[in-house]
Write a protein that binds this ligand. Structure first.
Ligand code: NAD
Ligand code: MG
Length: 396
């Protein structure tokens, strides 16, 4: 950050759950941050409203909604906001010299290109969009290093681990025994696994502890979210897959832990409020007000832990499988899962067959190791086509 000036922030995926909470934190610190770009896929009215409040220089929206957004901005009497089509605008604002910090809060592989652009341009990159890292893998991390970018996790578990790790990454290998990701277990932690074929999208999206976008909510219900997070942790922190563990912790108070060589465990705790990791990423290495409630120890009750059940959550184990397989396999897993979740939300696939589609796609499609963004996008496209075939097969 340039001394004495405000941090200039681009919020990609501004109308989503993470995007809205990011704007909430930013609005608490007008002296510290300036919103310079906002993006959304389709929510024209909400984006125009956000522009009226935050007055960014750029607003990015899917190409087909550009005219509608211009009209909405005129209705809101907002002047001075330049509207860009997403096909070029996302990458443009992510790399713009007028941007210091990029909040990557788009959902899915759609966020990969802007993340890479921000990485190459050396931005502070706040990564909520875990799918981008799961798809990009080592290639993504190389871009971060080459661009001199600062990659900070927003996922609550990874923020917790980052806070519990020593400051100097060169000491991690020798000091740390393993990292332990906590998982809530989602809405079906105690449901009879035999009845998982009947659950509706509404039931799957009703998370006990967090209000989130629909895709990550379904992922939490299958625990594919935790599988993606194991892969995310592997690339973010560089630990071997066998040094990453998952434990179910239904209260979502312990956000994750680091176990050291001497068996000492350092954990990060807090109320389940994404504004805490968002504020941490925005303020790092300082600490800034997030708006979250403090933990109330007098009302907390028991913190419990249990092992994840392979019968109920078979998808979790795909993370380690994909990490042992050749590069590109984590991108195949992500593509399959995005398709399977979409099919489930559309009523085309039973909830308990999401895993079948993921596994069948991994078996049916062997990727060529990717060496460029184009390779990754092609791989993603091909894996999606295979996954849709598997959806049709599983739906019969
Ligand atoms: P969401 O569905 O609420 O919001 C997604 C945002 O991305 C919206 O602004 C939407 O307009 C935009 N978007 C969607 N598809 C797009 C596309 N194809 N191109 C461009 N923009 C697109 O999702 P969310 O819950 O805010 O999650 C965002 C990301 O953060 C996900 O990767 C999720 O895994 C991660 N995350 C979310 C939470 C949470 O609490 N919500 C926690 C941890 C990590
Ligand atoms: Mg998480």
């Amino acid at each position: 950050t340039r001394p004495g000036t405000r941090q200039r922030v681009a919020v990609l995926g501004a109308t989503g759950s993470i995007g809205e909470q990011t704007l909430d934190v930013l609005a608490r610190h007008p002296q510290r941050f300036e919103v310079v770009a906002l993006s959304a896929a389709r929510q024209v009215q909400r984006l125009a409203q956000q522009c009226a409040q935050h007055r960014p220089r750029w607003a990015v929206i899917s190409d087909e909604h550009v005219d509608a957004l211009r009209a909405a901005l005129a209705d809101w009497a907002v002047e001075g906001v330049q509207v860009l089509p997403a096909s070029t605008g996302l990458v443009e604002v992510a790399a713009a010299p007028e941007v210091d910090t990029v909040m990557a809060a788009i959902v899915g592989a759609a966020g990969l290109a802007p993340c890479l652009a921000a990485a190459r341009a050396g931005k502070r990159l706040l990564l909520a969009n875990k799918e981008a890292l799961v798809v990009g893998g080592e290639f993504f991390i190389s871009a971060v290093c080459a661009g001199g970018a600062q990659l900070l996790p927003i996922d609550s578990e990874h923020s917790a681990i980052f806070q519990a790790l020593p400051e100097d990454p060169s000491t991690w290998g020798e000091r740390v025994d393993k990292i332990v990701l906590t998982a809530s277990g989602g809405p079906f932690r105690q449901r009879d696994p035999a009845t998982l074929g009947e659950v509706t999208p509404e039931q799957a999206c009703a998370h006990p502890n967090w209000v989130m976008g629909r895709k990550i909510s379904v992922d939490s219900a299958t625990m594919m979210n935790k599988a993606l997070e194991v892969i995310e942790a592997r690339y973010l922190f560089g630990f071997a897959p066998e040094r990453i563990e998952v434990v179910i912790h239904p209260q979502s108070v312990v956000h994750s832990m680091v176990q050291y060589r001497d068996r000492s465990v350092v954990a990060q705790l807090g109320t389940p409020d994404m504004r805490v990791p968002i504020a941490y990423g925005l303020g790092w290495p300082q600490r800034i007000e997030s708006g979250a409630e403090a933990l109330d120890w007098t009302r907390l009750g028991a913190l419990t832990f249990e092992a994840p059940d392979p019968q109920r959550f078979p998808g979790l184990w795909l993370a380690w499988e994909a990490l042992q397989a050749p590069p590109g396999t984590t991108a195949v897993l992500n593509a399959a899962n995005e398709v399977a979740v979409e099919a489930f939300l559309q009523g085309l696939l039973r909830f308990d067959r999401i895993h079948r589609v993921n596994r069948a796609t991994l078996e049916a499609y062997t990727p060529t190791p990717p060496a460029s963004l184009d390779d990754l996008l092609a791989l993603d496209r091909e894996a999606r086509a295979v996954a849709w075939q598997q959806v049709r097969r599983a739906a019969q």
